[in-house]
Design a protein around this ligand. Structure first.
Ligand SMILES: Cc1cc2nc3c(=O)[nH]c(=O)nc-3n(C[C@H](O)[C@H](O)[C@H](O)COP(=O)(O)OP(=O)(O)OC[C@H]3O[C@@H](n4cnc5c(N)ncnc54)[C@H](O)[C@@H]3O)c2cc1C
Length: 354
């Protein structure tokens, strides 16, 4: 059995960033099944890079290759309250990306000294001071590893989080996205509030002549609510062309900063596995990348109480999540949202040719 200093489970933005930043003195394995193969796992995501995520990359002195971008780049969000039939436009500074290419690019930056295992971790066990991981490769072959430290970077449905905190629950939604051949007159980005079908939000985004429509729904009856919402949006004027793809996954939505778990006993959580995602906008890439940077700094410094130090260094991110929890009622309580939208605060006026 191969023994590692650190095993990272999950190679999304959090895991790939950590693997890139860990000191080469460590023997590290990165476990993730994602490849550039057509049938490979692809993260279900809106693929919008927020200003916070852009800042994180600026702080790494990294520039983004242009082939990660998709057409068009969009400067505003059309915010729709479907129930109140109110619409407002707000300026936005997102970059519109191909999320799968973005993930593969991040993985391509992982240095060669990090060993790769293409597959999934199925089981975790603690043996004295070591963790044992049982994994299944993409080729179906089972492999076991041991590691002194493990890092759960395995997203919303984290096996590491379930292993470490079996009792602790965090609010979960089912995110559903459907890809359509673009039939709308003009590409646009929208954010939709429709309390009749979800107490969270939905969105649409155009990417390279594909219209992507998605939303986060309570797991019970999620598919039915998605279809009802689509019908309500068709009545509102959205055009849903030929369906090209349907995808779904779990998305976390913390209700409190105490929903965030950073790990214990030399097992750590980063990114969405830790519960680090905005409960207001569902933006998670910046949290994934920044938590990975913080954990890398802690692990590289060989601190004997790394668990505690990491937990402390995550406090500003907890506070940020708390600020977003406080913002939620102004976005999600219909009466408050109505006031905010009516006030016109921060809105932009769209000028069109008659
Ligand atoms: C529909 C949707 C739209 C979103 N849109 C945006 C957006 O536009 N902008 C934004 O900033 N955020 C968005 N988010 C949130 C964002 O996608 C996540 O918060 C972010 O990807 C978290 O990064 P991560 O690295 O923590 O986890 P992930 O990106 O989920 O990566 C986890 C990785 O772990 C791997 N993995 C999982 N389990 C195992 C296992 N057992 N063994 C091995 N590997 C495993 C997976 O294959 C995956 O590669 C969206 C989320 C959803 C669901």
């Amino acid at each position: 059995m191969t023994e590692f200093d650190i095993a990272i489970i999950g190679g999304g933005p959090a895991g790939a960033t950590l693997a890139r930043l860990l000191d080469e003195k460590f023997r590290v394995v990165l476990i993730d099944g994602k490849t550039d193969n057509e049938n490979s796992f692809r993260k279900c995501c809106g693929g919008l890079l927020s200003p916070d995520a852009q800042k994180a990359f600026a702080e790494f002195d990294l520039t983004l290759p242009k082939d990660l971008l998709v057409d068009p780049q969009i400067f505003s969000v059309r915010t729709i309250d479907l129930q109140a039939r109110k619409e407002r436009h707000y300026q936005r500074f997102y970059m519109n990306l191909d999320r799968h290419k973005f993930d593969l690019w991040l993985e391509s930056l992982v240095p060669e000294n990090v060993e790769r295992f293409y597959g999934r971790c199925k089981k975790i066990e603690r043996l004295d001071n070591l963790y044992s991981l049982i994994c299944t490769g993409n080729d179906g072959v089972e492999k076991s590893f041991t590691a002194k430290k493990i890092v759960g970077a395995d997203g919303a449905n984290s096996i590491v989080r379930k292993y470490l905190y079996p009792e602790k629950k965090i609010r979960r939604y089912t995110a559903i996205q459907q890809w359509f051949r673009e039939e709308n007159a003009k590409p646009f980005y929208s954010c939709i509030f429709d309390p009749a079908t979800s107490d969270c939000c939905s969105w649409s985004i155009s990417k390279d002549n594909v219209f992507i429509y998605g939303g986060a729904f309570e797991p019970k009856d999620c598919r039915m609510m998605f279809e009802i919402q689509k019908q309500r949006l068709s009545d509102y004027g959205f055009k849903f062309g030929e369906i090209l793809k349907t995808e779904a996954c779990v998305i976390l939505r913390p209700k409190s900063p105490f929903d965030i778990c950073t790990g214990k006993n030399n097992a750590f959580l980063i990114g969405e596995a830790a519960g680090l995602i905005s409960p207001s906008s569902l933006e998670g890439i910046s949290f994934a990348v920044n938590s990975a940077r913080i954990l890398a700094e802690v692990l590289n410094s060989d601190n004997s109480s790394a668990d505690k130090v990491y937990e402390m260094k995550i406090v500003p991110m907890r506070i940020k999540i708390f600020a977003k929890v406080l913002k939620c009622p102004f976005m999600y309580v219909p009466a408050l949202r109505k006031i905010v939208m009516k006030s016109g605060l921060n809105t932009i006026k769209i000028t069109k040719r008659n």
